[in-house]
Design a protein around this ligand. Structure first.
Ligand code: SF4
Ligand code: SF4
Length: 677
């Protein structure tokens, strides 16, 4: 009936109303205290990290991510995406409905003597809340089912959680959060059903379909008016206390991700990992104390929901190294909660072990998988900087760094030996320091010095020449680009190498820089100053461009059945997925994708300086071995195509150790191009 609405407290005695308002005020106070404690921690954190640009765009992107697009939570796990979105939308709309009801009752009715929720608006309101209540319960049921079924990543192991946050406490927190949601949802429906049963169906109750159905069931029990009233009040209280407890619990539990997660999405750094920030500490010596965390880093820690997607994606964890990206984030979060901001207690050693930090290959798979854009790699590098400042380094890394400081390359060989791979008399390879070239080829350390690669490098030069490419190199004036040195935490050496390279590059005349090394590509493109206004290209991009422009044609189609490994620093870091695939297509090769392809590509394990580290005995199987097995398992595939010098040597070795030489050959993309020319 048009003029009717709903009394919030129905015919309950006055003490119910008073008690509820007292509890609601206490809930708001507890909630506000929790939020204030977090905000105070962020406020006391290190300044100097600017993420307040484009605030409206950032907020809108986060809203889209949370409500409309859900690109990350749906990615690779549709079940979790559906379950989460049903819960999110159900909870969100019910929460909004409660706010509207409160304003209607306690502001409009109390102070102005009228209500909005009457007649038609109330009917629509009732229907919408009923429908979203169902969505909420279905979503929660799906989440509970997933846990009951024992989804591996939701089973926390000691190492996967942290010392500060016990497995039992994590499970309890999970269960409590879901239980409060269930309690508030089911009790809300029951209260509605009993209310409708008591009110009768004179009012247009069919707009509350769930309530009507429950009222009918309650009617079938033959409950008396008195019993219905008492039960109604009891269930109403369960609903009210459940909902209030849920709100109060938010800042102290996993549910905090409702707030911090939004902040994490809004304030994430689009270039996180690929462009590392220079250190900005009060004192030199790396990321040592809690006060060295930035507010954005603390926010990311609070956003973590323990979903374990990062753990699932981590090649270092898969190979048995002592690292869990989820455990690392949770341990830091717990440390931030345990320790006061100004304390001198070091993070490394007390919260995170050095072995954990050195296990990381900086592949960024964890960051890519994280639905809340938690930034693991910059945190790991910050802590590595501390270890470097302490001189706590692996022997292999120490050797590489000595070579780099002395000779500018990680092989510890003289600079003049850098271009020894070139054909006698330099052949077709021109000197970009002496004459202008269209493309300056930044060759990189591995392609220049590694004896397993020098033949391939010479062949690449010959192929470039055959393609009619106008290119040259910097010979001994080239230094290691510093990408992996920076990710090892050696910022000083990185700066030195970068400055030397910039000076050498500025002395040459060229249009674009091209490199075959994705690591070099990443730092030149993202961490070097804009050199001469030209582009930095990976050779796969250049080949693709030349094919599209008709500058590169092949005289034969290869027809091989191949698979392609996306290098982390090319794919995940810089989004170059299509160019190498386009080249393979133009070559006439049949591409069979590995199960983990494109952004899910599985790292070879060489990044972040791990290529220099002495082999770890705790490693059950190296990431490169696991990857080669994945490729070898593909039906009829005989070639594993790579586009990175480090991948080439890692996989050559892995194919041998897997005894798969008769089934799988590792080839660089340029070898196929050469064959087809
Ligand atoms: S960057 Fe890669 S290796 Fe390092 S923690 Fe993340 S997933 Fe693991
Ligand atoms: S860091 Fe991200 S992916 Fe990893 S457990 Fe936390 S929320 Fe999940």
């Amino acid at each position: 009936m048009a003029g009717e609405g709903r009394e919030v407290f129905d015919a309950f005695p006055e003490w119910v109303k008073v008690t509820f308002y007292v509890l609601a005020a206490a809930t708001i106070a507890v909630f506000a205290l929790g939020v204030w404690l977090r905000a105070r921690r962020y406020w006391r954190a290190r300044r100097g990290i600017g993420r307040f640009n484009h605030l409206i765009r950032r907020a809108w992107d986060a809203v889209k991510e949370v409500t409309l697009v859900r690109s990350r939570i749906w990615r690779h796990d549709r079940y979790a995406g559906i379950a989460h979105d049903l819960t999110l939308w159900g909870f969100g709309v019910l929460f909004l409905g409660t706010v509207i009801l409160t304003v209607d009752e306690d502001v409009l009715h109390l102070f102005f003597g009228f209500r909005v929720l009457t007649g038609a608006p109330y009917l629509v309101y009732s229907l919408v809340l009923d429908l979203f209540g169902i969505l909420l319960l279905v979503g929660i049921a799906m989440l509970i089912y997933r846990r009951a079924r024992g989804t591996p990543r939701l089973r926390y192991g000691e190492r996967d959680v942290s010392e500060g946050v016990s497995v039992a406490r994590s499970i309890l927190d999970d269960r409590l959060f879901l239980s409060l949601l269930v309690l508030a949802g089911i009790a809300g429906f029951l209260a509605e059903g009993i209310r409708i049963y008591r009110d009768g169906t004179g009012f247009a109750q069919e707009w509350s379909p769930v309530g009507v159905a429950l009222a009918w069931l309650i009617g079938a029990t033959g409950a008396s008016d008195g019993a219905a009233f008492t039960t109604h009040m009891a269930v109403w209280w369960i609903h009210a206390v459940g909902a209030l407890a849920l709100v109060a619990y938010i800042p102290y539990s996993k549910a905090l991700h409702m707030l911090a997660g939004f902040g994490s999405l809004a304030f994430h750094d689009e270039n996180a990992g690929r462009r590392l920030e220079a250190p900005a500490y009060a004192e030199p010596g790396g990321f040592a104390r809690l006060s060295d965390f930035s507010w954005a880093q603390l926010l990311h820690l609070d956003a973590c929901v323990r979903c374990g997607r990062c753990d699932d994606a981590c090649p270092a964890k898969a190979s048995g190294l002592p690292i869990s990206p989820r455990g690392l984030i949770l341990e830091l979060k717990s440390f931030a909660g345990r320790v006061k901001g100004g304390t001198a207690k070091a993070v490394v050693g007390n919260a995170i072990e050095a072995s954990t930090l050195w296990s990381c290959a900086t592949c960024m798979a964890c960051m890519d998988a994280c639905p809340l854009r938690v930034e693991h790699v910059p945190l790991i590098v910050e802590m590595r900087r501390y270890l470097v400042a302490q001189g706590a380094l692996d022997a292999g890394v120490q050797r590489a760094l000595e070579g780099l400081s002395r000779y500018g390359n990680s092989f510890g060989k003289p600079a003049r030996a850098r271009a020894k791979w070139t054909p006698k008399g330099n052949g077709s390879v021109r000197d970009a320091r002496k004459e202008a070239v269209e493309y300056l080829w930044f060759v990189g350390d591995f392609a220049s010095y590694d004896p397993r690669l020098q033949q391939l490098t010479a062949m690449t030069a010959a192929t470039f020449a055959k393609m009619g490419l106008d290119f040259g190199i910097m010979h001994e004036d080239e230094r290691n680009s510093g990408n992996d040195i920076r990710r090892l935490g050696e910022e000083g050496l990185f700066t030195m190498l970068r400055d030397a390279n910039v000076e050498a590059l500025n002395a040459c005349r060229y249009r674009d820089v091209v490199t075959t090394d994705p690591h070099t590509y990443n730092t030149l493109r993202n961490e070097y100053p804009n050199l001469n206004g030209g582009r930095v290209l990976h050779y796969t991009e250049l080949l693709d461009e030349m094919i599209r422009r008709g500058r590169l044609r092949f005289s034969k189609k290869l027809g091989y059945r191949v698979t392609y490994h996306d290098p982390c620093y090319l794919g995940r870091y810089n989004g170059v997925y299509d160019a190498p695939r386009n080249v393979l297509k133009a070559l006439g090769a049949e591409l069979v994708e590995m199960p983990r392809n494109r952004c899910r590509s599985f790292c070879c394990g060489a990044g972040g300086g791990r290529v220099w580290m002495t082999e770890s005995s705790v490693q059950a199987e190296r990431p490169a071995d696991l990857r080669v097995k994945e490729a070898a398992a593909l039906d009829g595939v005989g070639i594993l195509v790579v586009a990175c010098p480090k991948d080439y040597v890692m996989f050559l070795d892995a194919v041998k150790s897997a005894g798969a030489e008769d089934r799988l050959v590792v080839k660089d993309l340029i070898e196929l191009v050469e064959e087809a020319l």
